[in-house]
Design a protein. Structure first.
Length: 299
């Protein structure tokens, strides 16, 4: 598994290894699953997809809710498909929750009635976070310390299904030692150069027509679609709606992306089993040699 913060250079390393060892790439990126959101999510190009088999890209419509549990289930299928093609799968991405779901399967959240949920969502939207926390203390107390989004999900699940998410987590918990999928990790991180790489990539995306892409998306994707949560897209949309000039928009996207990368770094630092991790600086002169050595050990 190749992972690391956004703009670190994961895809470049993965493509080199996939070319050399006839591997397939399974994307573990929660932004790349959505169709039409292309430039700002740094999806592989048509040429790259023609050269190396990719899975996990363009698998959901922008308005779909796509959970980590669903991704993990489908990722297992993609991994099997790669094997049938006699290709070694490389899981590549920076979405920590997806990675955790693959190695420590999550519970399958109960299906909630969409009509009832819409009504409850409207009511809960009027409540402050403190009010939601008080509700959650009664319905699922062990989750009452969490953030607003998780509080909402806990309350909805408890009221509409009668089940508590905390109980579902406990029921489906799996010891890491018993996990079916225990990969070796190559963490790609250019250290202090990441900030400048993020800035360069944002500029490149803008030059490639990211704003034109967003303009087209505004005309056909509802503003509340989950796909808009991808870093930078709402900021770009604000610019096109006249809420910020281009210079301010560029700076906001860079800041937002750096903040996202910081959260990713923290996750990888604390959540991956350190004994299974090889760290690689893609700017190092020996980077490709290190990647090859990691590959040979992992196989």
């Amino acid at each position: 598994m190749i992972c690391g913060p956004t703009a670190a250079g994961k895809s470049t390393i993965a493509m080199i290894l996939a070319d050399e060892f006839d591997a397939a790439i399974v994307s573990a990126d929660s932004r790349q699953i959505y169709c039409y959101f292309n430039i700002g999510t740094a999806k592989p190009t048509h040429e790259e997809c023609a050269r190396v088999t990719h899975y996990g890209v363009d698998v959901a419509e922008p308005g779909e809710r796509y959970s980590a549990a669903r991704w993990a289930n489908e990722a297992h299928e993609w991994i099997e498909c790669a094997g049938e093609l006699e290709k070694t799968p490389i899981v590549v991405g920076g979405t920590g929750l997806y990675i955790r779901a693959l190695i420590e399967p999550l519970f399958d959240a109960p299906e909630l009635d969409s009509f009832a949920r819409a009504g409850l969502e409207a009511e809960l939207a009027t409540k402050s976070t403190d009010e939601l926390r008080r509700w959650c203390e009664k319905l699922d107390p062990s989750r009452a310390h969490l953030g607003r989004t998780q509080l909402l999900r806990s309350i909805e699940t408890a009221l509409l299904s009668g089940a508590r998410i905390s109980d579902l987590h406990e029921q489906h918990a799996m010891d890491r030692a018993e996990a079916e999928f225990a990969p070796s990790y190559l963490v790609v991180d250019p250290a202090e150069s990441l900030a400048s790489q993020i800035e360069s990539r944002v500029d490149e995306m803008l030059e490639r027509g990211w704003l034109d892409e967003v303009r087209d998306l505004i005309s056909r994707v509802p503003a509340d679609a989950p796909a808009w949560k991808a870093s930078g897209y709402r900021v770009a949309r604000d610019h096109l709606e006249g809420k910020a000039d281009l210079s301010t928009t560029r700076e906001r996207i860079i800041i937002e992306t750096r903040q996202y990368a910081k959260r990713q770094r923290t996750w990888f630092r604390h959540q991956l089993p350190q004994g299974a991790v090889t760290t690689l600086n893609p700017l190092d002169s020996q980077a490709i040699a290190v990647a090859r050595e990691w590959w040979e050990r992992a196989e």
